[in-house]
Design a protein around this ligand. Structure first.
Ligand SMILES: C[S@@+](CC[C@H](N)C(=O)[O-])C[C@H]1O[C@@H](n2cnc3c(N)ncnc32)[C@H](O)[C@@H]1O
Length: 279
């Protein structure tokens, strides 16, 4: 039985209209949006959600959008134990994390797999904005890489990143670095075959740092940003080309895709770019 089915006899028809269709599951925590109209029903919704998904131990309600540099959001516990640390499994890897203090989304799983599939043997990779490690850990578990530098600013996320690197036994290839990519990356300039930039908000300001991490002969850049219906990839493409041009680099956009819906008519998008020196 799904959540809608379970609540059919408990909520009025009007209340049912406000019930969201889906919720996120991170380890044994369910994360759900409960609109204001259902505020008075939130505990019931949480309890029913646990009844129909018996591995769920805590139900969290989103009470803010993603905020600040760390891209975290506020939650309130509406059912269950209220424990917010969990272990989430994806692509054969385990991620220990607490969604109330770090960014994590199970909806990104397809994207880390897509990037992993592109990685070639022996690559050196800069994983900027690493969070608790889904991109670097999944790549290192599945590909024979030379080295992955995983950089994260949020001390809580960094703490989990370090743990997850050991938990998944990839400490021989993944090096976790705590700090702001702008301060940390100069040490890795000219050393990488591939750079990942999974921070769509304000990513343009990190583009020059990312490009400088690539080897002189060039490499691949995965640039994430927002795109809106109508002009979806135009601004992103212009931004990458403009920054690369100012650094005497040339860009060949290999692929452009929608990663996740973000808001009405707005998407998180990714441009896979080959960066080369100008001839
Ligand atoms: C959108 S989250 C993505 C995290 C991770 N890649 C994932 O998919 O779960 C962006 C991450 O970048 C981190 N961050 C933001 N600004 C940063 C900076 N200047 N240097 C390093 N990390 C930063 C945030 O703390 C956050 O964990």
């Amino acid at each position: 039985m799904d959540l809608k089915e379970a609540l059919k006899s408990e909520l009025t028809e009007e209340e049912m209209q406000h019930l969201v269709k889906s919720f996120e599951v991170v380890g044994d925590i369910a994360i759900i949006e409960v609109p204001e109209e259902l505020e008075h029903r939130k505990e019931l919704i949480g309890e029913k959600l646990m009844e129909v998904n018996n591995h769920i131990k805590t139900v969290l309600r989103e009470v803010s959008g993603r905020k600040g540099q760390f891209r975290t959001r506020e939650y309130e516990s509406i059912a269950g134990e209220g424990e917010t640390e969990t272990v989430h499994k994806e692509h054969g890897c385990r991620f220990k994390l607490d969604p109330t203090v770090v960014y994590f989304s199970e909806r990104e799983a397809k994207e880390s797999q897509r990037i992993t599939e592109q990685v070639q043997e022996g690559e050196t990779i800069m994983a900027m904005f690493a969070g608790v490690g889904p991109f670097p850990v999944v790549i290192a578990r599945n590909k024979n890489v030379e080295r992955i530098y995983a950089v994260e600013l949020n001390p809580e996320a960094y703490r989990y990143l370090e743990k997850n690197v050991f938990l998944n036994k990839v400490d021989d290839s993944v090096e976790s670095v705590e700090g702001d990519v702008r301060d940390v990356c100069p040490e890795y300039f000219g050393r990488c075959d591939r750079v990942l930039m999974p921070l769509p908000k304000g990513s343009k300001e990190f583009l020059d740092t990312a490009i400088r991490c690539l080897k002189d002969e060039g490499g691949i850049l995965h640039y994430y940003t927002w795109g809106e219906e109508g002009t979806m990839y135009d601004r992103a493409r212009e931004d990458v080309i403009e920054v690369a041009d100012s650094m005497d680099r040339e860009i060949e956009v290999k692929d452009m895709r929608k990663v996740l819906p973000y808001a009405p008519r707005k998407w998180k998008i990714c441009l896979d770019c080959l960066v080369k020196n100008k001839k």
